[in-house]
Design a protein around this ligand. Structure first.
Ligand code: NAD
Ligand code: ZN
Length: 358
């Protein structure tokens, strides 16, 4: 097909306090004897303010998602197996947390109905059967995982998403109050994922008016909250949640670029997390995104954020080669950033020199 035909999220509710509407929203999707499973970021394990508001009915269950590491196919498979062994099937999976928890929720939903391992479905359009009903409720803003048609997983051989028309959520609940109180550095790294999505999409060769409209709006919101305000207030959380949504919509019809391609290498080798990894890389990408990097540095200074340094110091040639392999494997990202002849521009030597800066 020449033009992409996007499967999007079916239902969206937005608003401060909208979390309290979850009970009503999911009621029609409940099936007799089959629980709703709330997959909740382990950060909230002892946070009764949130846990007490989860609308448990019948044999519903809360499962805390261990997101110490970003999602792995083995973890997805284990979660799905446990639910299948215990209940046969479930009415739905409701992911409450950051991008990692939302990705886990999407992947577990798919693996409730698809045979084999989630690793078999890392790639494009390999998933053939819809998952169980799935709901995404972000508690950090920035990744756009709430709207995307992928779920990024680290498997035995690759870090790659289960990209498919069955991957997007059936429902998302955007309640900015849930992001309140996240640690400053973490919230910034995740927020910058959105900012970087905007720059990479808007400066990419795949750009069209659809992506541009969303990307420009998301960028405007990021600028306002990170540079236009003296204090961070509720309005900033409200805006950043919509920036994340719009940023995700922007890359849905374009692609990310250099920062993502390079940070995937760091993440694969060193386990560097997505948000902070993007920040480590983007900080050194003046040659690709001069204006964006300048503005990013202003935001870092204004918000007094620590960007880790010397993360590739002392790595062996073999380790650099591994990162370079992983990164150059992300062809669509490079093509979006540099154009069709990207391979002539981004040689292994140039990429190695870039990795040595981090
Ligand atoms: P995260 O989900 O990895 O969470 C980071 C940390 O913040 C964790 O320790 C978590 O427990 C904690 N946390 C979450 N919500 C919190 C809150 N409200 N208060 C305090 N702490 C909280 O971070 P992220 O940046 O949101 O997500 C990164 C993940 O998203 C990566 O796994 C990445 O691959 C994925 N991602 C997916 C897509 C997609 O389209 N599917 C896009 C971008 C990123
Ligand atoms: Zn990203």
């Amino acid at each position: 097909m020449k033009f992409r035909n996007f499967k999007m999220v079916d239902y969206v509710v937005y608003g401060r306090g909208s979390f309290d509407q979850v009970d009503e929203i999911i009621a029609p999707r409940r099936k007799d004897g089959q629980p709703m499973v709330f997959l909740v970021d382990h950060f909230f394990e002892n946070k009764n303010e949130l846990i007490s508001r989860i609308p448990l009915r019948g044999n519903d269950k809360i499962v805390f998602a261990d997101v110490t590491n970003e999602p792995k196919t083995t973890y997805v498979d284990a979660l799905a197996k446990e639910l299948k062994d215990t209940y046969g099937t479930v009415s739905g999976i409701i992911g409450i947390g950051g991008g990692s928890t939302m990705d886990l929720a999407k992947a577990v939903s798919l693996m409730m109905n698809n045979p084999g391992s989630s690793a078999d479905y890392q790639g494009w359009d390999l998933v053939k059967v819809p998952g169980v009903y799935k709901v995404g409720i972000p508690t950090l803003s920035g990744t756009g995982a709430e709207v995307s048609r992928t779920t990024v997983l680290t498997g035995p051989v690759r870090k790659l998403g289960m990209n498919s028309d069955f991957t997007p959520f059936d429902q998302i609940v955007l309640d900015p109050a849930l992001t309140q109180g996240a640690p400053k550095n973490q919230a910034f790294y995740t927020g910058m994922d959105c900012y970087i999505h905007c720059i990479e999409s808007l400066e990419g060769t795949f750009l069209n008016e659809f992506s541009k409209s969303y990307g420009e709006k998301a960028l405007e919101l990021c600028r306002e909250v990170y540079l236009g305000r003296e204090v961070w207030d509720d309005d900033c959380d409200d805006k950043l949640m919509m920036a994340s949504y719009a940023g995700g919509m922007s890359i849905a019809y374009s692609q990310v670029g250099v920062a993502h391609a390079v940070s995937y290498g760091l993440s694969f080798l060193l386990g560097t997390k997505h948000g902070v990894g993007n920040c480590i890389v983007f900080d050194h990408l003046e040659e690709f995104y001069p204006e964006g990097v300048k503005e990013f540095k202003e935001m870092v200074v204004k918000h007094q954020i620590d960007i880790p340094k010397n993360v590739t110091k002392g790595l062996t040639d073999e380790q650099f080669d591994k990162m370079i392999d992983v990164s150059l494997g992300m062809a669509p990202l490079w093509e979006n950033a540099l154009g069709k002849n990207w391979q002539e521009q981004m040689t292994r030597e140039r990429l190695r020199a870039l990795y040595e800066k981090f």
